[in-house]
Design a protein around this ligand. Sequence first.
Ligand SMILES: Nc1ncnc2c1ncn2[C@@H]1O[C@H](COP(=O)(O)OP(=O)(O)OP(=O)(O)O)[C@@H](O)[C@H]1O
Length: 277
Amino acid sequence: MTTTVSVALRSVSRVYQTSAGPVTALDEVSVDFAAGTFTAVMGPSGSGKSTLLHCAAGLDRPTAGTVSIGGTDLGGLDDTGLTLLRRDRVGFVFQAFNLVSALTAAQNIGLPERLAGRRPDPDRVAAALAAVGLTGRGGHRPGELSGGEQQRVAIARALNLCRSPGAGRRPSRVTAALARRAVRVDDASSVTGPAVLFADEPTGALDTRTSRQVLELLRSTVDERGQTVVMVTHDPVAATYADRVLLLADGRVADDLGGGLTAESVAARMTRLEATC
Ligand SMILES: Nc1ncnc2c1ncn2[C@@H]1O[C@H](COP(=O)(O)OP(=O)(O)OP(=O)(O)O)[C@@H](O)[C@H]1O
């Protein structure tokens, strides 16, 4: 059985120019994230985790190397192409939720549809709220929800859970725009949601119980929807929800651990890594 690669990084480097001189945040990193898998990215502070996520998601351009999402080389896209690809193929969840405070939970969930020029279908918004355990809370603004509830709204929005089923029948704007640029793209995302969901410390601001709910939700999007999830975390317990743990140190991949890990074994590996940095 061939494994479909959702995101591929090849010899990716990112060097920041600072007043104190260049800082190499990523140093020739090559890594694949297979479709339908859940990867935790860990490593000491400053090891390059957020930079890796931002380069992989097309939020930042690498100084050298290539990144492709679903077979599309991001380096071949201009800013508009990159924006459109990010909008249709990539979901991003942050520690700080980043919901629009003036909009209700339902309106936040419907935002990707509105941005794509479609009216969110109320039944699908209700189904999206139910999928993240927030039935009856659609009328609440972010300030009226707990941190865990806000993060679940953010995940429903990032996964575009209320996307209308007809959206994939015609080429989406991104597919049409990429086709004009003669870039190969498979349009499965138009039906199923983004190719990959990136999460930068999604449980960093949450207590243990609400963290568990958010992690279970991420796990179920992989198991039940075949979603690809790449999550930066400092928490060894959060990493045990993943199929794989990628450990970074000094901008390089220091270890690539398989699934079935315990929080204790991840913590021990992290402690050894921090001792050598
Ligand atoms: N915009 C920037 N300008 C200059 N240096 C930067 C910038 N962003 C990150 N860096 C540097 O790049 C390196 C990697 O940073 P990055 O944020 O990717 O690390 P991280 O592993 O996510 O850290 P943390 O766990 O503390 O969030 C660090 O040395 C950081 O200081």
